[in-house]
Design a protein around this ligand. Structure first.
Ligand code: FAD
Length: 411
């Protein structure tokens, strides 16, 4: 077995560390911040095994012009970044209009489908089963037109074996009496779960990885040195360290590292926000999505989290608090009795590729380097299955299924 260095202590890198340790490898994880302090800190916590649709389909793309002129909509672009963003946006639109969305769904599905099962097992092994809640999920609508338009997307989930139920006003109120009476229609999906504290999940799995022998170190990776047989050393702000095998799970920054190895990958960041409302009073007991703003309210250990929206800017653009205000207003609208006196605001960088399919697998130009990044809106869900696949590849085992859709050189 080999020594494997994982760059990135987000949910993907930490899951990789657990899987690799279980396969008998010696593992070192390197991150410039503590585990789970990147994008994995503040997500909505949703585990949706049926979430296999690529982000950009014709339905979504047709809504974009309307969203762009409304600063409170699910999508916002900081216009001064448009020239840099344009090539990526064109690839994204092309994938949505002309790409094979069914094939993309078939590639995404095996990574998402086992998420509840895998996390239930992992959290139990790590001694914190309470972190995973299998409660179902609710999508609510004010407008009948939008409710009807969304039906096609729920019907497509049946292709993967997931069913849904439609709810009317009374059924929504019966199920969740604290929800606003503005919601007249809904879809209920039984097979949904949620993580009750995404940051504590990463911390718990990081401790579990340590108990299996991994070490986790704070350092910023500046460069990767390679020789004819693959990577030889990592140059970090804490010095240079020798490398045997390398996994790059650096979230929205992964393309900066893959480019050093000759793989130019069109990774962009879709920034998202949350407001975490402490002591919220009576709130829904399950995750609920407002289908206009496309944000979730999720009951968590520390209160009620309202998370979502997409902001296209750049990795280092300052936070835009208007996006968080939209979420705070939404949470109050969804739960009229909400006590929102005490809340915090957060921004995270989702790593997104134009076709919504993550890059998972070997680097194309150097041996002994593996990629695990680009999980866009569903990286929490996709992390454990990604990690198992990475562990098989690093161990030289054949995954026994076609993984060419995840290639780094497909663009
Ligand atoms: C508002 C919001 C809501 C979301 N809701 C959900 C949800 O409900 N369900 C779901 O499945 N997903 C959700 N997501 C998406 C999910 O959070 C991400 O896909 C996931 O966290 C990505 O994990 P990661 O490990 O790839 O990246 P990260 O968590 O960002 O980890 C990458 C790590 O790499 C480190 N790194 C990068 N470059 C270097 C370097 N050069 N040197 C050292 N370290 C480096 C970073 O410091 C970081 O810690 C949501 C995201 C947002 C923003």
């Amino acid at each position: 077995m080999s020594h494997v260095t994982v760059i990135g202590a987000g949910i993907v890198g930490i899951n990789c560390a657990v899987s690799l340790c279980k396969a008998g490898h010696q593992v070192t994880v390197i991150d410039r911040v503590p585990p789970g302090d990147g994008c994995s800190f503040g997500n909505a916590g949703i585990l949706a095994p049926s979430a296999s649709e690529p982000l950009a389909g014709p339905d979504t793309l047709l809504k974009v012009p309307g969203w762009l002129i409304n600063p409170d909509s699910p999508l916002f672009i900081q216009w001064r970044h448009l020239p840099r963003l344009t090539p990526w946006l064109l690839k994204y639109a092309w994938a949505g209009m002309f790409g094979d969305l069914k094939a993309a769904g078939a590639a995404i599905n095996p990574i998402m489908a086992p998420c509840i099962e895998l996390y239930t097992q992992l959290a139990a092994e790590a001694g914190a089963p309470e972190l995973i809640s299998h409660t179902g999920g609710l999508y609510v609508y004010e407008s009948e037109k939008k409710f009807k338009a969304a039906r096609a997307s729920f019907l497509r989930r049946r292709d993967y074996g997931y069913d849904f139920t439609t709810l009317d006003f009374n059924q929504i109120q019966e199920r969740e009496p604290t929800l606003s009476k503005i919601y007249k229609w809904g879809y209920w999906v039984d097979d949904y779960g949620h993580v009750t504290n995404p940051k504590r999940l990463v911390d718990t799995l990081a401790d579990y990885a340590r108990s299996l022998g991994a070490t986790i170190e704070l350092a910023e990776v500046l460069d990767i040195q390679t020789g004819p047989d693959g990577p030889t050393a990592l140059v970090t702000d804490q010095g240079t360290r020798p490398l045997d095998k390398l996994v790059i799970a650096a979230g929205a920054f992964s393309h900066q590292l893959s480019a050093k190895l000759g793989d130019k990958v069109p990774l962009e960041t879709e920034r998202g926000y949350h407001v975490m409302i402490k002591n919220p009073g009576a709130v829904p007991s399950i995750p609920v999505m407002d289908s206009d703003i496309k944000a979730w309210i999720t009951p968590m250990e520390e209160g009620l989290r309202c998370a979502g929206t997409v902001e296209l800017a750049s990795l280092d653009a300052p936070e835009n608090h208007h996006r968080a205000e939209v979420l705070l207003r939404l949470a109050k609208r969804m739960v009229p009795t909400l006590n929102a006196d005490d809340y915090s605001v957060w921004m995270g960088r989702r790593p997104t590729l134009p076709d919504s399919i993550p890059v998972i697998g070997p680097a194309t130009k150097v041996a002994n380097v593996f990629y695990a990044f680009g999980h866009q809106h569903v990286g929490l869900m996709g992390a454990p299955a990604t990690a198992n696949l990475i562990s098989e590849l690093v161990s030289g085992r054949n995954p026994n299924r076609d993984i060419s859709a995840y290639r780094a050189d497909r663009f």
